[in-house]
Design a protein around this ligand. Structure first.
Ligand code: ZN
Length: 305
């Protein structure tokens, strides 16, 4: 049976897992990223972590078919380069594929973390059997990924589509992407947090609780976020006509029904496709989606026997 190593690299921590042919995690290790200690040191720690999870999973040393890596973007999946000065300072154009491939003598693949999350859900979660599929992940930012014909959709230089920056409303906060009124500037955890603080509410949880209690300022913030998400869903569904729109991330773990209902209400007015053609579902794998998706980069290409 195929086996793989999945790696999920974020700004604060790195998760390494031994993943079986079903996408089940058999062993895992989480280490601090410590990007400031240098890329070479990180590769060394990753190599040790891979050996450790293989041992913990009860697999013979080196008995896996490849290594898949999901990493906070920007990354260049075609050349295997990490280039993320924002959350991984000092890791500029770092080749993570070659040293791991040379060390373990297996294929190594690199993918953006948003794409890895969707691939994880497609392999073993909410997207299984659904194609095309789109995933929106609502964290402090909003990530997006699209899968068509079993493959992640890529831009001209291998990028994933920046669905968080779909324009949804005029006269709204200016986003770092260069426009006023994109989805991320209205519905991300950061957007809700900043708007909440201006209204005297410390965090998103307080904002949503106050909205439920019909505090007008909080209701305005939540209504803007829901309107933004519904408008983005309209654009996404008219662009890609997905079978499934998967909603993940911390905001959706707590407020999936609220957002999905707003999206479905908007889509119900569509005339160019039937609303029933698109199901809006919560992500199933949570924080493991990136790890499983990274491993699936290897597992998808293996003979299941
Ligand atoms: Zn933006």
């Amino acid at each position: 049976m195929p086996k793989a190593i999945g790696i999920d690299i974020g700004g604060t921590k790195i998760a390494v897992a031994a993943v079986d042919h079903n996408g089940c995690i058999r062993a895992r290790l989480v280490l601090p990223t410590e990007a400031e200690l240098g890329f070479g040191r990180a590769v060394e720690r990753l190599s040790q972590a891979i050996a450790a999870v293989v041992l913990e999973a009860g697999w013979p040393p080196g008995d896996f078919h490849g290594i898949g890596i999901g990493c906070a973007g920007p990354v260049d999946p075609r050349r295997g380069l990490i280039n993320n000065p924002y959350t991984l300072p000092g890791w500029d154009n770092c080749d993570i594929v070659t040293p791991l491939r040379d060390r373990f003598e297996v294929p190594v693949s690199l993918e953006n973390d948003a794409d890895a999350a969707l691939l994880g859900e497609y392999f073993a979660g909410a997207g299984r059997g659904f194609d095309p599929a789109v995933m929106l992940t609502f964290w402090t930012w909003i990530g997006g990924a699209v899968l068509i014909g079993g493959q992640v959709y890529r831009g001209a230089n291998g990028e994933h589509p920046e669905l968080g920056h779909i324009h949804v409303a005029p006269n709204s906060p200016l986003c770092y992407c260069g426009i006023q009124g994109c989805l991320e500037a209205l519905a991300s955890g950061t957007a809700v947090t900043e708007a909440g603080r201006r209204a005297g509410l410390p965090d998103p949880r307080a904002v949503f609780a106050a909205a439920r209690a019909r505090v007008p300022a909080a209701q305005t913030i939540v209504d803007r976020a829901l309107h933004a998400a519904a408008t983005a869903a309209w654009t996404i569904c008219h662009t890609f006509l997905p079978q499934r729109l998967i909603l993940g991330g911390g905001l959706m773990e707590e407020h999936f029904t609220l957002f999905a209902t707003a999206m479905q209400r908007r889509l119900a007015t569509a005339t160019q496709f039937t609303c029933d053609a698109v199901s809006i579902v919560p992500a199933l794998l949570g924080n493991d989606a990136g790890l499983v998706g990274a491993a699936s980069l290897v597992l998808r290409g293996q003979d299941p026997s």
